[in-house]
Design a protein around this ligand. Structure first.
Ligand code: CIR
Length: 254
């Protein structure tokens, strides 16, 4: 498979009011802007065309665009974030995806989904049931996916914010696994790249066209992904980590 496009949104000054449980202090907006630029450059170096959306001051977490849409090869699905402060982010995204998709679907209340809880493995989509994604939302999503000859299944989360906080699919049956997913029987069939707990933040990495972008500063995780045969690009996203955000959360790739 190949990705040709990505969508990102510049961080807003209001990001300092973003949701977090990280206890790492408030993000520095200027640093975040710099880190975001490097992130965009990394995406571009993987061969995707990046659409950069303007910052939206009304939504402190709006730089985490991944959560508000699922972009499949056949349709765009606008989610319905479980976090009330993020729900309004979908309105603008509905307009943005019109430039790329003619088939646009929507998750509706009382169904909630944040797409950080969705991991694509070929034509199958794993859907995490979390504090942000509920069963009703997941069932709506599976129903939509099936219309397009795609499938979905549920994964119950215990501790992590989103499914992809602890899992990343790197194609070719290779799966980065960390924390609560190490013992999950649903993921035993993959070639597993196990990330030690002290570097769990690096489990949220992204495969783009045979390269893997990982957060800077996680040498054990880096070595394991190198050993699996990937070219690696490291990007410092420490300001976004302060808001529980990882590399995948910062873009939609399709
Ligand atoms: C939030 O709590 O919604 C944001 N501060 C972080 C979202 C991270 N997104 C993701 O893991 N997909």
């Amino acid at each position: 498979m190949k990705f040709t496009n990505a969508i990102v949104r510049k961080p807003s000054k209001s990001m300092v009011q973003g949701l977090t449980s990280a206890n790492l202090g408030s993000p520095n907006y200027q640093n975040a802007l710099r880190q975001h630029k490097s992130y965009v450059a990394a995406l571009q170096s993987c061969g995707v065309k990046v659409k950069i959306l303007d910052a939206d001051e009304n939504y402190p977490d709006s730089t985490f665009v991944e959560d508000v849409a699922l972009l499949t090869p056949h349709c765009a699905i606008i989610t319905n974030p479980g976090a009330p402060s993020r729900r309004g982010e979908i309105e603008n995204m509905k307009h943005v995806v019109k430039d790329f998709y003619s088939e646009i679907e929507e998750i509706k209340s009382p169904g909630f989904i944040e797409a950080g809880d969705i991991m694509m493995v070929g034509k199958h989509y794993y859907i995490g049931l979390s504090a942000r994604t509920n069963r009703e939302g997941a069932q709506q999503l599976i129903h939509i996916l099936e219309k397009y000859d795609l499938t979905g299944s549920l994964v119950k989360l215990e501790k992590v914010l989103h499914l992809k906080t602890g899992l990343a699919y790197l194609e070719n049956n290779n799966l980065v696994v960390c924390g609560e997913f190490l013992s999950n029987t649903g993921f035993q069939k993959f070639n597993r790249i196990e990330i030690p707990e002290e570097e769990s933040y690096a489990a949220n990495c992204i495969w783009i066209n045979d390269k893997v972008i990982i957060p800077a500063g996680y040498p054990l995780a880096k070595q394991k992904i190198l050993d699996a045969g990937y070219d690696i690009i490291e990007v410092d996203v420490s300001e976004f980590r302060k808001l529980d955000g990882g590399l995948s959360c910062l873009s939609l790739r399709f």
